[in-house]
Design a protein around this ligand. Structure first.
Ligand SMILES: [Zn+2]
Length: 149
């Protein structure tokens, strides 16, 4: 019977090891999560410092000039794309408060700023211009032929 008792002991100890290991693993996982959270926090602080540095030294000569230029370029590209989105949506930004307003609105619905009316080219003028251009090539052709002789 000593053998069976020993077997039982071993099984008991193995079970204990498994549960201990599970506890260790969940402890490690928790610690890793906490580490990641702290790393994210530090990263966010770094970012704030970097942003403050950029804003304070923008336009100055700095040892990080290349990075400054890259940020400037990226910010310009973002602004351009945001303008494109507004254009596609038939909207624009209020110069007073920056709110998005309709292309056809006379006043900003948020702050009441009077919005400049978009001046569209008159179609009649375009027609006249087109007719004028039609005559021009004919004259030019005649001149060319004369020059050729
Ligand atoms: Zn406004």
């Amino acid at each position: 019977m000593a053998f069976i008792e020993k077997m039982g002991d071993t099984l008991f100890n193995m079970g204990k090891d498994v549960s201990q290991k599970a506890k260790d693993m969940s402890g490690i996982a928790k610690l890793k999560l906490n580490i990641r959270a702290k790393e994210d926090f530090v990263k966010a602080q770094y970012m704030e410092i970097g942003k403050a540095y950029y804003e304070r030294h923008r336009g100055e000569e700095t040892p990080e000039q290349e990075r400054f230029d890259l940020i400037d370029e990226a910010l310009e590209a973002i602004e351009e794309m945001e303008m494109q989105i507004l254009e596609l949506k038939g909207a624009r930004k209020c110069p007073g408060c920056g709110a998005e307003t309709s292309d056809t609105a006379e006043y900003c619905s948020v702050c009441g700023t009077k919005l400049s009316v978009v001046v569209e080219e008159e179609p009649e003028e375009e027609k006249d211009a087109a007719i004028e251009f039609e005559f021009e090539p004919t004259d030019a052709k005649e001149d060319e032929e004369k020059i050729g002789d």
